[in-house]
Design a binder for this molecule. Structure first.
Ligand code: CP
Length: 336
């Protein structure tokens, strides 16, 4: 619901802002959720609530981060992440530079680090980075003094997507403890799944990873034990996984990352793993359907499920702007 603000009032974040627990924030960069505590994720949610209030106003802009500059540097395509970071930054009155990689000096042989160092020398405070190589944001964070936000690196991590997924669940369910979340499909290549495994485990969800064996990471069991992750299990049969599910998240088949044929046929995959209405009815009646996007309708999800009342896919996108406003606020605190 939109709330209009009186024209004579300064357009600022509410007076109760920031909350006292902001002092627990200790991140210069946002690289993945493995370094986050439950309290820090709750703090992100609390600040996101304030940003949602700003987004509900007639004028969705506050001067909070005036004087700071954010650069988006995307070596891979993106619609949601890049556009929502740009909008989030502009809503907070940050200056934004969108580096167009195909038209940049990268095409003249400039290295990854020299490109980022150039942006730092130009006065950029935060770089939002997407790269096909897992670990690229970590390399950047080691060599630069400014903040790096991981906008998705290879198969490894997509922390801001996981935070907006968790925030969307929190708006519907409140406490996330004990929620059964079923993630379906190409988990092997999914950075979204990996960051959500961390985030959902930290928040106390029970996560079932459901896929054909070739689309589950071989090291999954060792990873769960080594990282002391609780509540994570795997299930090959979708009908079994969906029983009592509160949340279902089908994933796109990432053919661009598959180096060999991992499925006998697409038709068989659709027969066994597509989330359709019949399968959705096996979950709890009020189960929510999430999808990080982009969607391939008729493959991992049927159109009637994607556009059903249980689908919160568009809401995820909307919430993503507020979550990213909160993260930009937290990461640049003290720089102004
Ligand atoms: N979910 C996600 O990362 O979407 P984009 O690739 O469009 O940014």
């Amino acid at each position: 619901m939109k709330t209009t603000q009186p024209r004579d009032k300064p357009n600022v974040i509410p007076e109760t802002f920031p909350p006292p627990q902001i002092s627990i924030w200790r991140h210069q960069h946002i690289l993945d959720l493995d370094s986050f505590t439950k309290e820090e994720i709750d703090l992100v949610f609390e600040i996101t609530d304030a940003m949602m209030e700003v987004l509900g106003r007639e004028i969705k802009k506050v001067p909070t981060l005036r004087g700071t500059t954010v650069a988006t540097v995307f070596y891979e395509p993106s619609t949601r992440t890049r556009a929502s970071f740009e909008l989030a930054a502009k809503n907070l009155s940050t200056d934004v530079v969108n580096l167009d990689i195909p038209k940049s000096s990268v095409t003249k042989g400039e290295s990854f680090l020299d490109t980022l160092r150039t942006l730092q020398a130009l006065g950029v405070d935060v770089i939002v980075l997407r790269h096909s190589q897992s670990g690229a944001p970590y390399l950047a964070a080691q060599h630069l003094d400014i903040s790096i936000i991981n906008g998705g690196d290879g198969w490894h991590a997509h922390p801001t997507q996981a935070l907006l997924d968790l925030y969307t669940l929190r708006r519907h369910f409140g406490d996330l403890t004990g929620l059964k979340v079923v993630i379906i499909g190409d988990i092997l290549h999914s950075r979204v799944a990996r960051s959500n495994i961390w985030g959902m485990s930290i928040m106390g969800c029970k996560v079932v990873l459901c896929a054909p064996p070739t689309l589950l990471p071989r090291e999954l069991d060792n990873f769960i034990i080594r990282c002391h992750l609780s509540g994570i299990s795997k299930e090959y049969k979708l009908e079994a996984a969906l029983q009592e599910a509160d949340v279902i998240m089908p994933l796109r088949l990432q053919f661009e990352r598959q180096q060999s044929r991992l499925l006998p046929s697409l038709r068989e995959y659709i027969q066994l793993y597509q989330l359709n209405s019949k399968r959705l009815s096996l979950a709890k009646p009020n189960a929510l359907v999430l999808h990080p996007g982009p969607i391939n309708e008729d493959v991992e999800i049927s159109p009637e499920v994607a556009h059903s009342a249980q689908s919160v896919i568009e809401e995820q996108v909307t919430n993503g702007v507020a979550v990213r406003m909160a993260l930009l606020y937290l990461i640049t605190r003290g720089k102004r």
